[in-house]
Design a protein around this ligand. Sequence first.
Ligand code: SF4
Length: 79
Amino acid sequence: MSKKNTFRSSKRGVIRDPINPGMFNNMDIMFCCEQCSHFDPSNELCTIGYDASKHLRRVQMHFYKLSGRMAACRFQEID
Ligand code: SF4
């Protein structure tokens, strides 16, 4: 008798939204943790507990150059 795994692994990845290149080049848009009030730059951590690794500047720029998309953090806060 085989045991079925009752937990399904999620195959969904982070959602990346398309960024208009004209807007990105001409406006000072907020798109990474380094611009957020909740970011601790000494440890590269989000102080409210979210996974900052997906929203770091170098990660965002990497995906933007590959696909024109970025993963916006819905909890980003700017002073
Ligand atoms: S709230 Fe979002 S953008 Fe701000 S530090 Fe945390 S993960 Fe980064």
